[in-house]
Design a protein around this ligand. Structure first.
Ligand code: SAH
Ligand code: SF4
Length: 348
């Protein structure tokens, strides 16, 4: 019988601890492995020089260290870089690296494609191929990090690439745990943001998890009648219920939920929409990211004029709601929000 080897990067910190314990090893050995994998980013067991040769060989007998290599890196006029990765099974995903003043933000994918079918999003147009493993999620960070010059580091991670993170709950959470673990990637929980359409059972479950991060909810409308045709998922996970969960969501002191709102001309961009949004978010510690639509062939909407966007933002600000207009980066290489297609996922 051929026994499948374990991909070490699919294990959470606790799972790695049990794994090393099965060799009769102490906890600190698992910590050493975590550091090799995520702080040093090694590709082989031989590089783990503080482990005995015998232990390294034993590990190699039953496990392996997976990696991703970019197939293509495209650079936008504004410096945004898009990385295309080919997975073991031939599927393709993308990650986007965005420079913004002092921040270097990496936007990563959690699925190949997406099943949610939002009508303004190219990722949604092709449907879902499959979810990513934990290793495939964290390997995007490691692979991009390797391309950076010395002394340059990724400061923020956003799970806003291809896919709906809460539709790949377990693997996404395990990946976030590794991102924020002090012996693994060591990102502060304030520097990791998960963006979701708000799948209700998973959203409620999130509030009970120990792992911490920033939460962003893609609202994109201020009432059910507008949201449902734009986001079919709203029929099963309606706005009203999502906001009820948000109202009770356990937040760290001073933390806020980010609400994302893609502005579509004539669909959800009127002053009445802005007023409804303001009213709807009363009582929830929130801030709003307004994203004028990134237009693309095949997307049946237009972005509103700058004046209209400003008017929308002014209404929110006057009502005391912090709101930021997100200028799109990387649109010339299709790297902006909603434009990731993994080069059509697969060439096979
Ligand atoms: N599936 C998750 C995360 C990936 S999408 C989610 O929907 O939240 C990340 C963000 O891109 C979402 O807020 C989504 O509303 C936005 N988006 C999708 N298509 C877009 C487009 N064409 N222009 C601007 N933003 C878009
Ligand atoms: Fe999926 Fe998010 Fe795109 Fe909707 S906006 S189709 S949930 S990736």
């Amino acid at each position: 019988m051929r026994v499948e080897k374990i991909d070490l990067k699919n294990l959470s910190q606790a799972e790695l601890e049990s794994f090393t314990a099965s060799f009769g090893k102490e906890r600190y050995r698992s910590i050493q492995i975590l550091r090799w994998l995520y702080q040093r980013g090694v590709h082989s067991f031989d590089e783990m020089t503080n482990l005995s040769k015998k232990f390294r060989q034993a590990l190699e007998g039953v496990s392996f260290i997976s990696n991703l290599h970019p197939l293509l890196v495209e650079e936008s006029r504004d410096g945004t870089k898009k990385f295309l990765f080919q997975l073991e099974d031939g599927n393709r995903i993308e990650s986007v690296l965005i420079h913004d003043k002092k921040r270097l933000t990496l936007c990563i994918s959690t699925q190949v494609g997406c099943a949610m079918g939002c009508r303004f999003c190219l990722t949604g147009k092709k449907g879902l191929k499959r979810s990513l493993t934990t290793a495939e999620i964290v390997n995007q960070i490691l692979a991009v990090r390797e391309t950076l010059p010395d002394k340059t580091s990724i400061t923020n991670i956003v799970l806003m690439g291809m896919g709906e993170p809460l539709a790949n709950y377990e693997n996404t959470l395990r990946a976030i745990q590794l991102m924020t673990h002090p012996e693994a990637f060591k990102f502060s929980s304030r520097k990791v943001t998960l963006s979701t359409v708000g799948l209700l059972p998973e959203l409620e479950q999130l509030g009970k998890e120990k792992v911490r991060f920033r939460l962003a909810i893609s609202l994109n409308a201020s009432d059910e009648a507008t949201r449902s045709p734009l986001m079919p998922v709203n029929c099963f996970h309606p706005l009203k219920k999502i906001l009820e969960v948000c109202r009770k969501f356990p937040l760290q002191p001073r933390a806020r939920i980010t609400f994302e709102y893609v502005l579509l001309q004539g669909e959800n961009d009127s002053p009445e929409d802005a007023k409804r949004l303001l009213k709807m978010l009363k009582g929830i510690p929130s801030k709003v990211n307004l994203i004028p639509l990134n237009e693309a062939p095949g997307i049946p909407f237009k972005k509103p004029s700058e004046e209209r966007v400003r008017q929308f933002q002014d209404i929110l600000m006057e009502g005391g709601l912090t709101s930021i207009v997100r200028t799109s980066k990387g649109a010339d290489i299709s790297a902006a929000c909603g434009q990731l297609q993994g080069k059509l996922y697969n060439l096979n």
